[in-house]
Design a protein around this ligand. Sequence first.
Ligand SMILES: NC(=O)NC1NC(=O)NC1=O
Length: 138
Amino acid sequence: MDIEKVNSMDFGEFVDVFGNVIERCPLIAAAVRSQRPFSDLEDLEQHFFAFTDALPQSGQEGVLRRHPDLAGRELQRGELSAESRREQSAAGLTSLGAAERLWLAEPNAQYRARFGFPFALAARLCDRAAVPRERRRS
Ligand SMILES: NC(=O)NC1NC(=O)NC1=O
């Protein structure tokens, strides 16, 4: 994507395109847009990092709370964002059987009960093909 194009996007278009860079937090994209112009896409990415890093702990926990559980209810109900669906699919979570889903539901619930937000990880990195050969366990 061309950075000139990004810098010239109006508010609605920018939030449409980048509103889910931080899962279900279009407000962050709206705030980042105010920091235009960006020198390139890496610069744009750095602004998202800087914004989320600068949030107080309560804000960062709020961001985590917006994440759907891995292989959770939203997936079953078809309510994942396109990005989450792609990520969970890359990790094989969209094709689990009922027993495997149940097996994951328990630790998900325990984690949420203990910390107050869902267990979250970059599911797409769980795709074996995305892990460099030398870092694979088996
Ligand atoms: N809970 C959690 O990690 N959710 C997710 N992670 C990810 O990469 N996509 C998700 O939906």
